[in-house]
Design a protein around this ligand. Structure first.
Ligand code: ARG
Length: 580
């Protein structure tokens, strides 16, 4: 998909036409290999790759292409350098026109892609368990991908695959029945689910009668006993309160309507197993029903199975995930399915998908992607933990970020109303957490450093929020609304040119995030844009410009930057306060 304003997207078909004109129709559709260049705005490297095929020197190929190239309306110079690079410099006139058109486009150059149905599996915390930093990261990355793909025109179906089924539920249900659903202990599920879980666990380990009851309860749960299901439902309900508190604190788009937990697939697991067994894809091995796939071997070449039914008759995590594939393909009619899940689960997912392919549940035209989530580490470079050594509580992290954000804003803007500071501190704190997750590649590990994340300088969420707030303040000083700045944009100064070049890349950057599923590309783009605005603002007076047309052009340029920053941050799930 192409953006109507991105220089590379506009130039590519022109160069394509020139290649065709120079070398014939058989060369239609050749990639012009446009890259950023040190010496011009863009450089086309196609002559080097084409040379062999057409049997000529790269430099001669470049000359032929340039001779046939018509970019007089776009470029102020076209030069061949080195062995045959074609260097293109965009003309101020084209840049001005493109920026002005972009300002008039409500989509800011973001293409609308051919609509696909895209289920996204993300967040997926476990009932009666604390959410940890890993859950935070899949939640934040998944939510940004959901927002971005929706904005590109796709039908996103959020699938929050919560862990709400399995053997621990016998013990959890019995504990809930013991303490009573309206007890303080029960409300722990809403605020500190790990404690509730620990208490149930301690009883299970120390009280044999309780353990017996718990085991009996699992059997009833699995048999669909109505009173048991009713208690289970309330247990899950209390956990939902906890999840939703986190989601709303984090400004995440997930709602109860997006819950599609493990329990949802319970009644399909037997059919999954039967079908695999009947068709000879799964076989009994040591009493368990297993799928042995080519290519999955462990030590000494021993085959590693995907166990779909344990020897005790229970189903596993893999069986449920096979059912997710079936459901998402057959019921949701998915074209592309994203699993935003921790990197260590890559083997698991690949076995599930290969099994589903063998069973015909995953056709070749449905793309499945593991969006791998790397670990978040503490300053000791180990998995993030609190000082007491327990896994970090997510709500505690959010609270801490918001407290640091409040301190930062109190120091930076003591002149702002107390009420405004109180309102924006959580937007900054949460923006900081989210940006830290989104500004690094999602599959890499990173060290969480709260002080750095919340800083107003450097590659941080608050820095970008501050850049947007600063533009709002320009318009407050001008006594006008940003959307009233609709004058033509005229590119004259170098800093204006750099800013416009950055702005024009927005649409293609968002499209790239949708294709590559890499929100950090948008984060990096916005950081560069904010820096380009900063140098523009330093070098080019806006309100104090001598000439009225220049002032209006710069106001329009500022307003366009504000829209791109705000829209871009929104796709990352980050708010842009008007003052900070
Ligand atoms: N609940 C799991 C966990 O906490 C994540 C589930 C991910 N989704 C899936 N379809 N397996 O690790």
């Amino acid at each position: 998909t192409v953006s109507p304003f991105a220089p590379a997207d506009v130039l590519a078909p022109r160069i394509g036409a020139a290649i065709e004109a120079a070398f014939g129709a058989e060369y239609a559709g050749v990639d012009p290999l446009l890259r950023p260049s040190q010496f011009a705005d863009l450089q086309a490297n196609v002559a080097l790759s084409l040379a062999k095929k057409v049997g000529a020197k790269p430099r001669d190929v470049a000359e032929k292409i340039v001779a046939a190239l018509d970019v007089s309306d776009l470029a102020s110079s076209v030069e061949i350098s080195g062995p045959g690079f074609i260097n293109l410099t965009l003309s101020p006139g084209w840049l001005s026109g493109a920026a002005t058109s972009m300002a008039g486009d409500e989509r800011l150059g973001v293409p609308r892609q051919e609509r696909q149905i895209v289920p996204i599996d993300y967040s997926a915390p476990n009932v009666a368990k604390e959410m940890h930093a890993g859950h935070l990261r899949t939640t934040v990355v998944g939510d940004s991908l959901a927002r971005t793909l929706e904005h590109l025109g796709h039908q996103v179906i959020r699938q929050n695959h919560i862990g709400d089924w399995g053997t621990p539920f016998g013990m959890l249900i019995e504990h809930l029945l013991d303490v009573g659903e309206t007890s303080d202990e029960a409300t722990l599920l809403e605020v500190d689910p790990n404690s509730f879980y620990q208490h149930a666990r301690e009883k299970f380990d120390s009280d044999p009668a309780f353990a017996d009851r718990a085991r009996g309860r699992v059997v009833k749960l699995q048999a669909g006993d109505a009173p048991t299901l009713a208690v289970w439902n309330r247990l899950v309900g209390l956990s939902k309160v906890y999840f939703n508190r986190i989601y709303s604190a984090l400004d995440v788009t997930l709602t109860d309507g997006d819950l599609a937990g493990e329990s949802m697939y319970n009644d399909q697991l037997q059919a999954v197993c039967d079908e695999l067994e009947d068709r000879g894809i799964a076989v009994i091995s040591d009493g368990a029903l297993c799928v042995f796939l080519p290519g999955y071997t462990g030590r000494e070449g021993k085959p590693v199975p995907l166990i779909v039914r344990k020897s005790d008759g229970g189903y596993g995590y893999g069986t449920t995930d096979l059912a997710t594939v079936k459901y998402r393909v057959q019921q949701l009619h998915a074209n592309r399915i994203l699993y935003v899940i921790g990197s260590p689960q890559s083997l698991h997912l690949n076995m599930v998908w290969d099994t589903a392919r063998a069973a015909g549940w995953l056709p070749d035209d449905v793309e499945v992607v593991h969006v791998q989530i790397g670990n978040v580490l503490g300053s000791d470079r180990k998995m993030l933990r609190t000082r007491s050594g327990n896994p970090l509580r997510l709500m505690g992290l959010v609270d801490e970020a918001n407290t640091v954000a409040r301190k930062v804003i109190d120091e930076a803007r003591p002149d702002l109303d107390e009420a405004i500071r109180a309102e924006i501190a959580p937007q900054i704190g949460v923006g900081a957490i989210k940006y830290a997750d989104l500004s690094v590649a999602h599959d890499t590990e990173y060290v969480l450093d709260l002080e750095r994340m919340v800083s107003l300088t450097g590659n941080t969420g608050p820095y970008l929020q501050y850049a947007a707030a600063r533009i709002h303040s320009i318009f407050r000083n001008a006594g006008m609304a940003p959307d009233a700045a609709t004058a033509p944009i005229v590119v004259a100064e170098a800093a204006e040119r750099d800013l416009v070049l950055a702005l024009l890349q927005f649409g293609s950057t968002v499209a790239l995030v949708g294709d590559a599923l890499e929100p950090h590309r948008l984060a990096g783009y916005l950081f560069e844009l904010a820096q380009a605005f900063s140098s523009f603002y330093e070098k080019c007076p806006v309100l104090k410009a001598d000439d009225a047309a220049v002032r209006d052009s710069r106001l329009a340029l500022s307003a366009l930057t504000l829209r791109v920053l705000t829209q871009g941050l929104e796709l990352l799930g980050i708010r842009s306060p008007e003052r900070m």
